[in-house]
Ligand binder design. Structure first.
Ligand SMILES: NC(=O)c1ccc[n+]([C@@H]2O[C@H](COP(=O)([O-])OP(=O)(O)OC[C@H]3O[C@@H](n4cnc5c(N)ncnc54)[C@H](OP(=O)(O)O)[C@@H]3O)[C@@H](O)[C@H]2O)c1
Length: 313
């Protein structure tokens, strides 16, 4: 059993991670934004001093991707500078820091999944601020920072693309969805299990990619949601990113994070297994095996393998 401290515990990932750690008998101190604003450096120091965690997982973030374009410095305060405050406090108390990051740190132009050590090249303000957070964590804690990059999250709590599509499907509403952005829809409980596995297996500090397996486009995902909800998938029609310009402009068109497995995320069995459709929005933990973990900092496979991950599901 370890002492964990979770920031952003009221968010989609934070809630599932807190629940998963508690269910696995870990000692968890959870902080929503009201309990700990991570941009308050003094408060961060005080909380770590009081709770003496062994592992801090930062699930707090500015996640409004489009708004970050007009408010990049405000986003940087949360996604970059505040991570430096957390990392400094972790260094003082010999705690590990798991910093959650994103596929937006990449340019989205690759034709194969991005490896952990692929050079980042963000094309949006959000991506730049998240990369700043990665760098802040790794600079302050070279031996004790874990960057866990994930993508296209949906979970039992909070808003997500899948939840929006589910509402539309239940209303049998037609919808037009972009078919030229490809990524990995990822169940937040999968990521929670991967984070737990990463730490309990004693993986070395470094960058890790943590997603559910498989990939699809937003259109493909929407169609699958409609089918599961019993709505006609033909209500979902494909469109292009160009037809729906966003303030964040240069969204990564094709961003899949390696390593990925052969399983398709759009198969009915897969979506049923993660519990979204069979039992509604509950904190069901996925039974899918996660990916093999690799540490980019060492550019080699390490002793955290898929069986270690699977044992945690
Ligand atoms: N959602 C995705 O598709 C996705 C994809 C890839 C990576 N990620 C990353 O995954 C992580 C978790 O994302 P999520 O989807 O769970 O986001 P979320 O649901 O928006 O949760 C983020 C949480 O951070 C809190 N927060 C914001 N500013 C804060 C501050 N200054 N101090 C403390 N807490 C603060 C928010 O509180 P309020 O609600 O009160 O503002 C919210 O509860 C983030 O690092 C995100 O960048 C997300």
């Amino acid at each position: 059993m370890r002492r964990w401290l979770i920031t952003g515990a009221g968010g989609m990932l934070g809630r599932d991670l807190t629940a998963l750690l508690a269910a696995r008998g870990e000692q968890v101190a959870e902080f929503t934004r009201a309990g700990l604003d991570i941009t308050d450096a003094a408060a961060v120091r005080t909380v770590l001093e009081r709770y003496q965690p062994q592992v801090v997982v930062n699930c707090a973030a500015w996640t409004a991707v489009d708004d970050a374009e007009a408010h990049e410095d405000s986003a940087l305060e949360v996604n970059g500078r505040a991570v430096a405050y957390l990392a400094a406090a972790c260094a003082d108390h010999h705690a590990a820091l798991v910093q959650i990051s994103t596929d937006y740190v990449f340019d989205g132009l690759a034709e194969k999944p991005y490896a952990e050590d692929h050079p980042p090249a963000p094309r949006s303000a959000y991506g730049r601020t998240k990369l700043a957070g990665e760098q802040a964590a790794r600079t302050a804690l070279p031996q004790n920072a874990y960057v866990a990059r994930t993508a296209w999250l949906y979970g039992a709590h909070g808003s997500s693309f899948v939840r929006t599509m589910l509402s539309r499907a239940r209303a049998a509403s037609p919808v037009s969805v972009v078919d030229d952005q490809r990524g990995q829809p990822t169940w937040t409980a999968d990521v929670a299990g991967q984070i737990h596995a990463l730490i309990t297996a004693g993986a070395p500090a470094g960058i890790y990619h943590a997603t559910s397996s498989g990939d699809t486009t937003w259109f493909g995902l929407a169609r699958e949601v409609y089918a599961h909800a019993g709505a006609d998938p033909a209500l979902v029609t494909p469109t292009t990113t160009a037809a729906y310009p966003r303030r964040s402009g240069a969204l990564p068109p094709v961003t899949t994070l390696a390593p990925e497995s052969a399983a398709s995320v759009t198969s009915s069995a897969t979506l049923d297994r993660v519990g979204w459709f069979t039992s509604g929005p509950t904190s069901v933990v996925s039974s899918r095996p996660g990916p093999t973990f690799r540490a980019a900092s060492r550019c080699a496979n390490v002793a955290v393998n898929s069986s270690a991950t699977a044992s945690c599901t």
